[in-house]
Design a protein around this ligand. Structure first.
Ligand SMILES: Cc1cc2nc3c(=O)[nH]c(=O)nc-3n(C[C@H](O)[C@H](O)[C@H](O)COP(=O)(O)O)c2cc1C
Length: 204
């Protein structure tokens, strides 16, 4: 079982990475393979609404979104991590998520969110990112607090946020448990009931 962790910070090895890495270690200890993909700084803007992904199965802009789409094929679960920029996820992360979720389909694969901030805007940023898996039939992994961590000037600050680290550990434990439950269910022949949606009612 594999989990793909997305780092939407412009800092490759900053606070968001440190939080994701902490979670990755906790997942590894539970026999879950991990891959952290740094996408911040390598996102060629937002979705252009061209619909190219519908025919190509990938984005017309060839950047970290396409790399993530490729890795996602092998992933059983996802963690989407972002720093807070002006009380929202980073601009790169929002652009990444719009295009990743418009081009891909990750139904029934569990997803968790991780938010890093100096002080404010954490739950607002969480609210923004959780909407992507919540729209896409992905089981949401939660912890015993909102999955936020505090750090600013140095990634070491993240490692001093004891309660935040405990929350990340809970998130990882719950992700591992959910993945193992899904795997056990598959062995017993329990599969999700997939139906393609043929009702689209636009309010116009
Ligand atoms: C453009 C910008 C805007 C920011 N806005 C906020 C903010 O609204 N609230 C906050 O607590 N921290 C804010 N920060 C601080 C970062 O969220 C915080 O340092 C974060 O942990 C950095 O993660 P990173 O090292 O992975 O980039 C901002 C940082 C930047 C660069």
């Amino acid at each position: 079982m594999k989990v793909l962790l997305i780092n939407g910070s412009p800092n490759e090895k900053g606070c968001t990475y440190t939080a994701l890495n902490y979670m990755a270690k906790a997942l590894n200890e539970r026999d879950i393979e991990t891959r952290i993909l740094h996408v911040g700084g390598d996102v060629l803007g937002g979705c252009m609404g061209c619909g190219g992904c519908g025919s190509m199965g990938r984005c017309v802009k060839d950047d970290s979104v396409n790399e993530a789409l490729k890795l996602a094929e092998e992933a059983d679960g996802f963690v989407f991590g972002s720093p807070v920029h002006f009380a929202s996820p980073s601009g790169d992360m929002i652009s990444f998520m719009d295009r990743f979720f418009y081009a891909g389909n990750f139904h029934h694969k569990p997803a968790a969110i991780v938010i890093s901030a100096r002080r404010g805007g954490t739950t607002a940023s969480f609210d923004t990112l959780i909407k992507y898996p919540a729209y896409n039939q992905m089981p949401i992994v939660s912890a015993d607090y909102w999955p936020i961590i505090h750090g600013h000037n140095s990634p070491d600050e993240v490692l001093k946020d004891a309660e935040g680290l405990f929350t990340l550990d809970t998130l990882a434990r719950n992700m591992a448990w959910m993945l193992k439950c899904i795997e056990a269910g598959k062995r017993e022949g329990v599969e999700p009931e997939l139906k393609s949606k043929d009702v689209w009612t636009n309010f116009i």
